[in-house]
Structure formats: structure tokens, C-alpha cells
Design a protein around this ligand. Sequence first.
Ligand code: FE2
Length: 386
Amino acid sequence: MFGRDTERFGMGLRDRLTKQRTKPVGSSEGANPAASSVTTAPEGERQADLDVDAVMLEAEALAATGAHAQAVDLLASAVRDDSSGNHRLLIALLDARSAAASAVEGQPREPWPPAYEDPFPDVVGHPPEIDAADLTAEIMGGAVIHHGSLIVRGLFDQKATTRCKWAIDMVQEHRSASEPKPGGRKWFRPWPGGTTLDGVLRNNVWEQGGTWLADSPAACSIVLEEMKRSGALGVVTDHFGERPLISLQKSTLRRSAPEYRITAWHQDGSFMGDQARSMNVWVALTACGGDRPTPSLQVAGARIDDILPRDGGLVKSSISDETVIAASGGLPPVVPLFEPGDSLIFDDRNAHRSYMTEGMTDFRYAIECWFFAPAYFADSYLALLA
Ligand SMILES: [Fe+2]
């Protein structure tokens, strides 16, 4: 029953949007590396007179019938077509993602974990790697379950990389401003209604150059759109067997300063809960890794199946070097090289830490995007439909 209503609401509006999309892009939009603000309207076209109120009403009508995912998709489509980057539309999209996550009835994949073959039987001691065109759920799942992580070269193309990096700069600019700037709320709006602990965690992340993705309606829209366009969202959906959630507290825009500090080995599963089904799509937006002068990521040399003792002593979740190496069968950890747009994909068992050495000179931009299977979400987090 909902399907029929969904079709009627959704297609009607989409027809109207298509008819309205006729006006060519003017040169006034050209300086923006995001090519059309917070949209991805095809180059040479833009939405002329998007009726934001009509779109929002249509989305509300969809949600009222229980078609929450379609409401999200409708709003996301309108955001793509809206060259003005209307802040009400962006916030409505985030709200719709939250409502959709609350309403989702998970139909989890069973049995779990899936029985993936090892696609890289000859790889030992470092993450296997593929080109973005070769990414499938079987390759991703097989690499993660047998090797701990997978490097995907060029997951984000140059346009996506430039756009996301620009979005992080916009978030930084608006968040750092001593006085609110016009349009600021779409770039930084702390999620309303969080707990006191959320406030503390948010500040901790900010002190290290990070902003929670869902604290920026515009950046959240951009990143999830690029996750979809790159194919990553589809592959994670195939892996879980259902459309995933993200969380307020675990998806982060990172602009990491080259400031040396001691960092802790950890497994995110040690604080997400044992049952959570997760996959982190981490994307480098600047060149990093190896002996480059930028912060990067260091990962264990092998797959670790268990949650390890938290014997690091640095923070509550930290694991000692010795325990990580022993759990990796004696293999040393590695600091993979990443070019802009390259991704490292791993789940909650992977032992990793930020990699920093003294004398680094350059900032590192990256996106950390944890996806969760809805039926096995980390309950202490606030959920949003991806
Ligand atoms: Fe982590």
C-alpha cells in the first residue's frame, strides 16, 4: 500500500522538478569547487525556482504514510537540484534521516558474519588494495574479514575529493567564526537535543580538528551524496543486506593539524558494543601516510577477530603495542600510503590509531564515515538513515 502512495507522491514532484530544471549555470557560481554549492546538479544546468515549501510538504506527506526512506530520497534529490543551498531544505533532510532511522524495521542479513572467501590469499602483513572500479561487497567483506581492512584507490574522484575538502573548510570557517555569518547554520549546527556527554565528546573531537558530520547539514549532505555516487554506500548496503545508518557520534569531518601527540591503539568495537555490525569508510582528502609530513592512520598488520584487552593505559579504550602485535601474529603495524580520494575500509575489530610523528608540517583532511546495520546499531548513538 505504501509503495503505491510513495510512487504517486515521489514521481509527481520529480516530474515537476525535471520540468523546472532549465536555466543554465552562470559564471557567478564558478569559483566554488563544489560546482554548485551544496548541490550536484549536472554541469550546465541548475534548478531555476525550486519550491522548497512544496518539496518539504511532499516529504512530510511521504513520512506520514511511513515511507521515510522515500522522504529522505526526495529531499536529497531536491538538495542536489537546489543551487541556492537552502538551509531549511538541508535541515529538513537531516531531520528526515533521523525520523527514518527511528522508524526503520531492520531485516538483518543472516547468517552473520557472511562467509566470504579470501580474495587476496597471497597478501600478508598489510591491507590488500583494489581500484575503485573493482569494489564489491564480496571483495570488501572478504578483505576485511581475512585481512582487517581494504584500501580502495580513487574511491572519491577528484571532483568529490575537492568538494569534500572544501566543505570541511567551510565548516571550519563557520564554526570558528567569532560571530555568526550568513548561512552559517547550514555549515555548523550542533545537533539539537544532545546529552551533556555529547557536548563533551563534541568538544574533544573539535580540539583535534574534527566536526561530527551530522553537526553540519550541508557537509552531511555532500559526504553522503559522494558516498552514494562512489558506490561505497551501495556496497555497504549489499554487505549488511539493508540500507545502513550512520550515527551522530561516529562520522566525522577531520582536519588534523601536524601537531605531535601520543595516540592510542584501539578497536572501535570496544566501545560500540559487541553486537554492532559496522563498516567504516575512511577517505583521505590529502596525500598522507608512509613518511609523509601529515598525520595519517596506522593499522594492525593482520585481521583481529576478538576484542582485545584494553591494556594501553592511555585512555579507557587504549590497547598496548605489544597486545596489538601479538594479536596480529607478530606482524608489525603499517602506515599505508594514501593519495587524495583513496579509502581505507574496516570494521569495528580493526586495531588502528592516528599516526603522528614529531616534525610533521602539513594538515591532513579526511572523512570518517561509520555505517551500521539498522538491526545491529550501536545503541548509545543517535541514528540517521544514510
Ligand atoms: Fe577509531
